[in-house]
Design a protein around this ligand. Structure first.
Ligand code: GLN
Ligand code: ZN
Length: 754
């Protein structure tokens, strides 16, 4: 019999019940007992879904109050001393670390591999000790057992936890391994005593490039864990682990899970001489995307494995379903055809179970479902909305020249300066101004049909007028319209592009109680009409200063959406680039002389393995260039990126060839600029002069120090002055105060330049 299981289920709830309860608890409106009830109910419901679908096991341990990696930190009492929590971590301590306290900033947050989920970074050092705080896992296990479920427990692996932890740079984190293993060992023995037969240990770091000492630790860890009790299913995902095939085959584990959605080709490296005593779990259903599985294709893949593995074959989704929305049944407004192409977490449970049945009882056993799946795949393949020949032809016809500006930067900047006539150290902002309650209310009323189009336009124009007046008063040099009409930088454009659709309840957890609802790219992307031109034209009409047009770039549009899986991403990126290129050209034609194309997500797209970086960077940079290169040489293109790790991708940033790049540098105190200087980054740079993440207004001295520092590494004639990022999360008073200071700091520096 084939075993059907999943690696994990979304914990937030189909109605975001966990979010609501957490936020009520944090604001003092729900006590801990009330919160516990909500958690218990969600777990019970999600287990029941798995059981009802016909899975062999329910997966226990995937629930977390904030983040699953953070739960391991609590499980082994590895709280950093600065929180003063003493030995055991209780729920209040858990949240204190996750959210910060009056005295202590929260643990840092980082993206979980190449997903948009964020984990809390453990802080460790030579002083770190581990004490098993078993309740953090065992209570859930007991709860599931008491409900009569067959349980498979999931736990992030010790190597992954250590690898993702932060420490002083010279500290060898592996020094803590044996102490940590002691904790795992005791825990595993207790799981066994509870009657848990299977333990899924997640080691996603195996898909990364790992140094030899970490690989050498792998057999040590799994020999130890295997001796503790339950049978271990080692789960890998997000990429191929074929490079470790020999090593993995020798581990004393009971089974291995492979992600065949991301890395189907890795199967061959394992199948041939897979040890007789081990099972293999194949993740053929995409756990990262919301498309319905083509069951016939999945079965073809699995049958080959079944012939070799027989009953040692397990079927699953590629990774935890944490990364997809919970239930498609909650979508009532989605076009029925589009809906028939999708499967959210709940539907993916059925898909896993169907595959199992087909493998065990033959395809006829799932005849109707198979037929429906094939029919959906067929309508998708033949749909005229997904394949538009004129768009394919336009992408195919793109030439080298389409991805190149007319003149090189040195010549362009002279022409641009002749048009713009800017002072040295020009001042600007990144695009958005405070999104006040009134703005949000007006947008919501318009969306709900309670505010007419005319009234809405007038309300937004009033906001633009206000933003322009403020900027004029402050004395900024290049103005922005303030983005009042935008809810979100991707959704705003997606709503106006063909090929995009939107869900009502397609929420996925981003971090803690925060969820995002990414738009869905299902078909060829096209721009039926101009998207931002009217707002930009209006804003420019209010001032003689240059007004920046403001767009989200193709790579950011791609990575912050659920992307179709029937076309390579590079191709989708070029479609987006062409749609945006038309917008760039229309802005230019409307008299806009400076156009900013935001690309905060370029770095997020970096593949997990370095060897795959060049190919990705190549198409990402090309997409940006296609988007930016349709304009005259005297039109100035800006880009903006808000993170602070550039060193390893600077050649690609330079290859984007934006005339001006604005970046986040204030928190690193301009340290990041050294890399730009060392690399001799050729074009203009606007390093952020102040942090926009807090309402705090920096002192004049702080700003001057940062600007002086920037001036010492970047030639004055190439330097711009701006905040780190957009100001939409700020209020007006601090925005005005900080910008006033920024402008006066720039003016003083200008004066001393002579
Ligand atoms: N133009 C956007 C803004 O100012 C940029 C946002 C971002 O970088 N994430 O809000
Ligand atoms: Zn930014």
């Amino acid at each position: 019999m084939t075993v059907a299981h999943i690696l994990g289920f979304p914990r937030i709830g189909s109605r975001r019940e966990l979010k609501t309860a957490l936020e009520a608890h944090w604001s003092g409106k729900l006590d801990e007992a009330g919160l516990q009830c909500v958690g218990q109910d969600l777990r019970a419901r999600h287990w029941q879904l798995q059981r009802a679908a016909g899975l062999e096991f329910v997966t226990v341990g995937d629930f977390a109050w904030y983040d699953h990696l953070h739960t391991v930190t609590a499980l082994f009492s590895a709280a950093p001393a600065r929180f003063g929590l003493g030995g055991r971590v209780d729920l209040a301590g858990y949240f204190a670390m996750a959210r910060g306290t009056a005295e202590q900033p929260a643990l840092a947050m980082k993206k979980w591999f190449d997903t948009n989920y964020h984990y809390l970074v453990p802080e460790i050092g030579p002083y770190t000790r581990f004490t098993l705080n078993r309740d953090w896992l065992l209570l859930d296990v007991r709860e599931a057992l008491a409900l009569g479920h067959r349980v498979k427990v999931v736990l992030p692996g010790p190597l992954t936890w250590l690898w993702l932890a932060a420490s002083e740079p010279d500290f060898d984190k592996l020094k803590l391994l044996s102490l940590l293993l002691n904790g795992y060992f005791v825990l595993l023995a207790e799981l066994k005593a509870l009657g848990v037969h299977w333990l899924q240990v997640d080691e996603p770091i195996l898909a990364l490039d790992l140094p030899p000492d970490w690989l050498a630790a792998l057999p040590v860890v799994y020999r130890e864990l295997a001796s503790a009790g339950p049978a271990i299913l080692l789960a890998t995902y997000f990429g191929s682990v074929a490079q470790h095939a020999a090593l993995l085959k020798q581990l004393p584990i009971a089974g291995l899970h492979l992600d065949l959605a991301r890395a189907p080709q890795q199967l061959d490296a394992f199948l041939a001489d897979w040890p007789q005593d081990k099972i293999m779990s194949l993740g053929v259903i995409d756990g990262r995307n919301l498309w319905r599985t083509n069951l016939a294709l999945a079965l073809a893949k699995l049958s080959k494995a079944k012939a070799i593995l027989g009953d040692r074959l397990w079927v699953s989704a590629s990774c935890s379903l944490l990364h997809v929305p919970t239930d498609l049944a909650r979508e009532h407004k989605l076009d029925p055809t589009l809906k028939s192409w999708m499967a959210f977490a709940t539907q993916k449970l059925d898909e896993v179970a169907l595959l199992k049945r087909a493998l065990d009882d033959g395809e006829d056993a799932i005849g109707d479902a198979l037929q429906a799946s094939t029919a959906a795949a067929q309508t998708r393949r033949l749909a005229t909305t997904t394949l538009r020949p004129e768009i394919r032809a336009r992408v195919a016809a793109l030439s080298e020249a389409d991805a190149r500006r007319g003149a090189p930067f040195v010549a362009r900047i002279v022409q641009q300066q002749a048009v713009l006539n800017l002072p040295p150290l020009p001042t600007t902002t990144i695009g958005s101004f405070p999104q006040t309650a009134e703005i949000r209310a007006a947008r919501a009323a318009f969306k709900a049909g309670k505010l007419g189009e005319q009234d809405y336009r007038q309300a937004m124009q009033a906001e633009i007028r206000y933003a322009v007046e403020q900027q004029e008063t402050l004395g900024l040099d290049v103005l922005v319209h303030g983005e009042a009409e935008r809810n979100d930088m991707v959704e705003y454009f997606g709503e106006q592009l063909d090929g995009y659709c939107f869900t009502e309840n397609g929420w996925v957890q981003s971090y803690g109680s925060r969820c995002v609802k990414p738009p869905v790219i299902y078909g060829d992307v096209a721009r039926p009409r101009a998207m931002t031109v009217e707002w930009a034209r209006y804003a420019q009409s209010l001032t003689t200063k240059p007004m920046k047009g403001m767009l989200s770039g193709p790579i950011t549009m791609l990575f912050w959406s659920f992307v179709r899986d029937d076309l390579p991403r590079r191709e989708v990126a070029l479609q987006l680039a062409l749609a945006l290129r038309d917008e760039v050209c229309d802005l230019e034609a409307a008299g806009i002389k400076v156009i900013q194309i935001d690309e905060p997500a370029i770095r997020e797209g970096l593949p997990l393995k370095k060897a795959d970086w060049p190919a990705y960077l190549d198409w990402a940079v090309r997409a940006f260039r296609v988007c930016a290169s349709g304009v005259r040489d005297d039109t100035q293109i800006h880009t903006h990126m808000c993170y602070s790790e550039f060193n390893d991708i600077l050649p690609s940033i330079a290859a984007m060839d934006a005339d001006v790049i604005t970046i986040e540098t204030s928190r690193s105190r301009m340290k990041l600029l050294d890399a730009f200087a060392e690399f001799r980054y050729p074009n203009d740079i606007g390093p952020g002069l102040y942090d926009i993440h807090s309402p705090r207004v920096p002192s004049a001295g702080e700003m001057k120090t940062l600007l002086d520092r920037a001036l010492s590494v970047v030639p004055a004639e190439r330097l711009w002055v701006n905040p780190d990022c957009g100001l939409k999360t700020r209020a007006w008073p601090e925005t005005e105060a900080a910008l006033r200071l920024m402008v006066s700091t720039a003016r003083q520096a200008r004066a001393s330049l002579g």
